[in-house]
Structures are given as structure tokens and as C-alpha cells.
Write a protein that binds this ligand. Structure first.
Ligand code: MRU
Length: 324
């Protein structure tokens, strides 16, 4: 798999995640094209969005400066509202604008390198935590959406934990929710797990909680799009039912995310803006509409899991137990 996102000859090259499991790399050369790629989820996942934000400002800084650059950066930061990393990446690159376009690109590249290092640290720390909580035996893990290399610059957060455990021969299998409506679990997580040789099964989202209740899972490990100051976690819609099921079953519910996903400016989950996406994503499957023509849909892209349901949040720097 080529890198999720990289700077190539003055453009941003992305694995087009709408095409997976088919592999297409697309390049974007303007902020408008990048915003379109973000909105249609060609690039997605909180850390990858942070990288996109930073590289997008580097793109803009080649032709814009001052107020015009700030305006383009603001538009980019608003392309998707829930994952805080996008705005963090934009801000970080923009802070270097006073020193010229090369400095902006250097800041963006530094951020990408830091993300890779953070994911490796999260993987190691998360694997060690699960060893402490559950012992050394092979683990049956459950994940939702995609928090792998394709959601980051490389390696992954929740799947980074899986990878660290797999390297130690400590993964029996991974249950991957298919993740309706856009199937990040089937189309992206399953592709990554297959490539890594990790035994896995995809289940429909509705099956996840009962699979946990049946005792088929030892721990749930997911990523996050924004973590509030009190430890409430926004992640892909369908995460919350897994957290409830994990609490009921008495198994760990672990969130793996870089510090850049923790937003001290958001006091709690109620303050997190949940992206509402087009109804067609729910109503139309593979080009066919399965509902009566006048049926409407709600399509919230994320949900909030309250801190009391979270066993631990693992970042590159710490294991945070928000419920004490
Ligand atoms: O809508 P998406 O695909 O961008 O949602 C992604 C998720 O919810 C991921 O779980 C989250 O960003 C963590 S990625 C390491």
C-alpha cells in the first residue's frame, strides 16, 4: 500500500479511500480540490485529516499570503467539523507562514513524521496495557471503522495496537464492524488486516454488541475523532453501542489516539459538533435505493461515548483513565 498521504512535487498524493479495496492514488494541487477530497472521504481518519490540513496550508502558501492565506486555511479547517486534528494541522502549518512557503511545508512534514512516531508509541503502549489488563495470552479484539495506517500517516492508532500485539503473536482474531454507511470496516480495516496477515472477521454493525455479550471478544479497541477535556470520546457512529456492550460484559473499552485528538477547548462530549452527512449515503446502497422515494434519513457520522464507559485512553504520552 502506498503512503496514505504525502507531498509529491508540489502536490498532495492520496490513496483514494472511496475506491478501496481497489487501489487508486489521486493527487490534488489546490485547496479547493483538497476540500473536495476531504468532504467525499477520499482522505479520512482524524490523524490523516491533520496531515491533510497541514499539507493543504503548504499548498496554499505557494500562491497566497497574509489575509488570503488565512482565509483559505479557515475554509480548509471547516471541511469536516468533528475530527479536531484537521484544524490542529491547519493551525500548526499556518503558524509557520511568516517564514515563507518552504517553512510551512517543513512544518507540515514535521507534523507527518511526528504522527508516525506517535502511532508507533500508541501501539506499544496499548499492547502493554492490554497485557496488564488481560494477561499474555492471544487476544480476541473488536474494532470499529478504520483506525489503521490509512486513517493516519502510517501504522495506525487502534490498529497500531493490534499490529504491536500481532508482532508479538498475541492476536487470536479481530472482529471488524463493517461500519455503515460507507463501510470503512469492510473496505479499509479488512484490507489492512488481510495485508498484515491478522486473522479477522467482518460483522454487520448490529451484530457487534451481541458478539461481545456472547463472550467472543476480550477487549474493544477503537480510535477517536475528538476527545473532550473530560474524556468523552467522539468516534465513528456505532462506537457507543460497543462501549455499552463492553461495560455490560465487563471487558476493557480502550481508545487509542494521539494527543492531537485531545481537545482541551472542548469541555465535554455535548460540546462536540457531530457531522451530519447526506441522507443518500444511508438510503442508496451500491447505486440502488431500497426505501420508498419519500423516506428520509438521519446520517450522523459520529457518536459520543461518555468517559464513564471508557476504560483507558492511550496516547503517545500516557494512559489516561478518565473514570479514575
Ligand atoms: O468518517 P471517517 O472515516 O473519517 O471516520 C473515522 C473514524 O471515526 C476513526 O475511527 C477515527 O478518525 C480514528 S482514525 C485513527
Amino acid at each position: 500500500m502506498p503512503p496514505t498521504i504525502q507531498w509529491v512535487d508540489g502536490r498532495i498524493a492520496l490513496v483514494d479511500q472511496t475506491a478501496l479495496p481497489d487501489l487508486h492514488v489521486v493527487t490534488v494541487g489546490t485547496v479547493e480540490e483538497l476540500i473536495d477530497a476531504i468532504r467525499r472521504l477520499a482522505v479520512r481518519g482524524a490523524p490523516a485529516l491533520g496531515a491533510a490540513g497541514a499539507l493543504g496550508v503548504a499548498l496554499a502558501a505557494r500562491t497566497l499570503a497574509g489575509y488570503e492565506l488565512a482565509a483559505a486555511a479557515a475554509k480548509l479547517a471547516e471541511a469536516r467539523p468533528t475530527a479536531v486534528n484537521l484544524a490542529v494541522g491547519v493551525r500548526r502549518a499556518l503558524a509557520a507562514a511568516g517564514s515563507g512557503p518552504e517553512a510551512v511545508l517543513a512544518a507540515a512534514r514535521e507534523m507527518l513524521a511526528e504522527d508516525v512516531a506517535a502511532c508507533h508509541a500508541i501501539g506499544r503502549r496499548g499492547a502493554a496495557l492490554l497485557g496488564e489488563l488481560l494477561g499474555p495470552g492471544p487476544l480476541r479484539l473488536h474494532t470499529h471503522c478504520n483506525a489503521g495506517a490509512l486513517a493516519c500517516v502510517d501504522w495506525g492508532t487502534a490498529l497500531g495496537v493490534v499490529r504491536s500485539l500481532h508482532e508479538q503473536g498475541r492476536v487470536e482474531y479481530v472482529v471488524a464492524d463493517e461500519t455503515r454507511p460507507l463501510l470503512q470496516g469492510s473496505r479499509i480495516t479488512a484490507v489492512e488486516l488481510a495485508e498484515l496477515g491478522v486473522p479477522h472477521r467482518v460483522v454487520v454493525d448490529g451484530a457487534g454488541p451481541s458478539i461481545i455479550a456472547r463472550g467472543l471478544v476480550d477487549a474493544v479497541v477503537v480510535g477517536a475523532d475528538r476527545i473532550a477535556a473530560n474524556g468523552d470520546v467522539a468516534n465513528k457512529i456505532g462506537t457507543y453501542p460497543l462501549a455499552l456492550a463492553a461495560a455490560r460484559a465487563g471487558i476493557p473499552f480502550v481508545v487509542a489516539a494521539p494527543e492531537s485528538t485531545v481537545d482541551p477547548g472542548t469541555p465535554d462530549g455535548a460540546a462536540i459538533e457531530i457531522e451530519e452527512r447526506a441522507a443518500e449515503e444511508v438510503l442508496v446502497i451500491g447505486g440502488t435505493r431500497f426505501t420508498p422515494p419519500d423516506t428520509a434519513a438521519w446520517n450522523p457520522a459520529f457518536d459520543v461515548t461518555s468517559a464513564d464507559l471508557v476504560t483507558a485512553i492511550v496516547t503517545e504520552n500516557r494512559v489516561w483513565r478518565p473514570r479514575g
